[in-house]
Design a protein around this ligand. Structure first.
Ligand code: ARG
Length: 571
């Protein structure tokens, strides 16, 4: 918060001999702008002084006026405070002008956050459903970085396990090398779907697949060669999508990286009696006797002797702890896996790892596509690559049809199209609270007038255009007393809350908080720009408004970057 809040807290503290820090933490924004800039609820303070909150509020209001405080009024148990306008603008805008792109962030700290995100399963094309984890995780990564953390983005690829038994089995039956070379991951996917279809008719196919998995786990050379080939094909394709999306990982380490750690883990857990045998399988019981909530045991090894997803997740968590001693590790994975993560965290706790309290599952809902639910196994799937290509095509035709935008040179157009087309999809994904299911609809995703990615980007480019035309350097300390129009105040106050929004997004693992904020900020900026002329006003007013435009553009850009979106200067 800005220095005005500090001063309010200090003044109340010294008048009433109360702790300033406490008062500082109590000051909020009132629910409506007309009430004032800040509000101090007096319940807690009144209790401390053994007085009635109403009486205290009116006494505080009386002593507060003067200096930076233009007006202080008691409203029942609250004191509503209006700050002297020029000073309010100066506090808010000077902070942004001085901090620049660091605004809303924090200094580097010696703490690491590990974020496991994207983590697709190999040998299946990237579907639009995978986009959710990718977009959320990538944004959380940028948000934590902005807050000064060292962030390790981990791609825990699904490159080991049952599906490889399935795939190898399908390949040995129907595989065609030529087709695979041509259509790589899509052909692998067709084999996978065919296998699932056929095995519904003939369940013995599943045994065959299990057999291949066993051979793979035992390093049978043929199984291993095929596995390596499938992984390579898939990774190449994934890297292409990550490049288009602008997503990078510090560590790409799939489940297979832990395959040699599972045997010693199982030996250790059997020896110290954390794991036990049940029906031929090896499990970790999680319920304590007498506990109400029934948590099924975690399975470490199945009856046919193969290890599973959870076994490798235990190894991965331990290895990340040993390497990073993280402050937090986030798993950005769909809500369908909530039980898995609950079991994983409980099992690690049972193993005596106190750091299991630093593990968090960040769940999210499913992605529907034009009202349809997708299913990988049944082949009802919408490929990310198709969606991205389509988005760019549609962006191109929209840009060509909007007259103002056709002013772009053809080079500019070529670079703007992917910036807008890709970011539109990211915004569509992040613009709802993550736990909700998302229904992806083209009409909303690319709506240049609604609260959409293109609308925010367009507002940013509009402000960039004003600054380009201004030609002078942006004044660092203009005469803020020139500002005072309602739409100027509304804009400054929106900019003021950006740091709080970034913090909230990090605390709640919700990039949506920033996405929503940016949508509102864009609206506020456009309202300001429609009401207030900037260029061509008398010089002092022009300077002050230019500073406001500069701050608005800076926050929009930073916000877009925190979502993993691009902020083109021209559109
Ligand atoms: N590959 C898994 C899937 O697509 C997600 C992995 C998430 N990360 C983890 N450590 N379990 O369902």
């Amino acid at each position: 918060m800005n220095p005005a809040v500090r001063e309010i807290a200090d003044r109340v503290a010294s008048e009433f001999s109360l702790p300033a820090e406490k008062i500082h933490s109590l000051i909020t924004s009132p629910p409506e702008d007309v009430m004032g800039d800040y509000s101090l609820p007096c319940f807690i303070l009144a209790k401390e002084l053994k007085r009635s909150p109403q009486e205290l509020a009116s006494q505080i209001a009386k002593t507060l006026s003067g200096g930076i405080i233009a007006k202080a009024v008691a409203a029942g148990p609250y004191v509503n405070i209006v700050i002297d306008r020029p000073q309010l603008f100066s506090f808010i805008l000077s902070a942004i002008l001085n901090e620049g792109s660091l605004y809303g962030g924090a200094k580097k700290r010696d703490e690491t956050v590990v974020i496991d995100f994207s983590s697709p399963n190999i040998a299946r094309p990237f579907s639009i459903a995978h986009l959710r984890s990718t977009a959320l995780g990538n944004s959380l990564k940028k948000i934590y970085q902005h807050l000064g953390y060292r962030v390790i983005g981990v791609n825990h690829l699904g490159d080991w396990g049952v599906q490889f038994g399935t795939l190898i089995s399908a390949y040995t039956r129907w595989g065609d090398d030529e087709k695979i070379k041509q259509d790589s991951i899509y052909e692998l996917y067709r084999l996978y779907v065919k296998f699932n279809d056929e095995s519904e008719r003939d369940p013995s196919l599943k045994d065959e697949a299990r057999g291949w998995l066993k051979r793979l786990e035992e390093r049978d050379p043929e199984a291993f060669r095929l596995w390596e080939w499938f992984v390579e094909i898939s990774l190449n394709a994934f890297q292409r999508y990550y490049k288009i999306l602008g997503v990078e990982f510090e560590v790409i380490q799939g489940e297979s990286a832990y395959r040699d750690l599972t045997a010693p883990l199982i030996e250790e857990l059997t020896r110290n009696k954390i794991a036990e045998e049940s029906d031929g399988a090896l499990i970790i019981r999680l319920n304590k006797p007498g506990e109400k909530e029934e948590i099924p045991p975690l399975i470490l090894k199945t009856r046919d002797g193969t290890t599973v997803y959870a076994t490798r997740d235990i190894c991965a968590a331990r290895s990340h702890w040993d390497q990073y001693h993280f402050a937090k590790k986030l798993y950005v994975v769909d809500a369908g896996q909530s039980l898995h993560f609950k079991q994983l965290f409980m099992a690690l706790a049972k193993m005596g790892h106190e750091w299991s309290e630093r593990l968090f599952h960040v769940p999210f809902g499913v992605m529907l596509f034009e009202d349809e639910r997708m299913s990988t196994r049944k082949g009802r799937i919408v490929f990310l690559e198709e969606v991205l290509n389509r988005s760019m095509e549609m962006t191109r035709s929209i840009i060509e049809s909007i007259e103002k935008m056709s002013n772009l040179s053809s080079d500019e157009k070529e670079s703007v199209i992917p910036d807008v087309g890709v970011s539109a999809i990211i915004y569509a994904d992040l613009s709802r609270s993550r736990i909700h299911d998302i229904n992806f609809r083209w009409s909303e995703v690319l709506n240049f007038n609604g609260k959409s990615g293109p609308y925010i980007q367009y507002t940013h480019a509009r402000m960039a255009g004003v600054l380009r035309k201004y030609e002078e350097n942006v004044p660092k300390s203009p005469d803020f007393a020139k500002l005072g129009e309602p739409s100027e105040i509304a804009l400054a106050k929106r900019l003021e809350i950006f740091p709080a929004k970034v913090q909230q997004a990090a605390d709640e693992y919700e990039p949506f908080v920033i996405a929503e904020y940016l949508g509102n900020l864009a609206i506020t900026i456009n309202q300001f720009y429609d009401n207030c002329r900037v260029l061509g006003e008398e010089p002092a007013l022009e300077e002050a408004r230019i500073a406001l435009v500069y701050c608005a553009k800076l926050v929009l850009k930073r916000g877009l970057e925190l979502l993993g979106m691009r902020a083109p200067e021209r559109m």
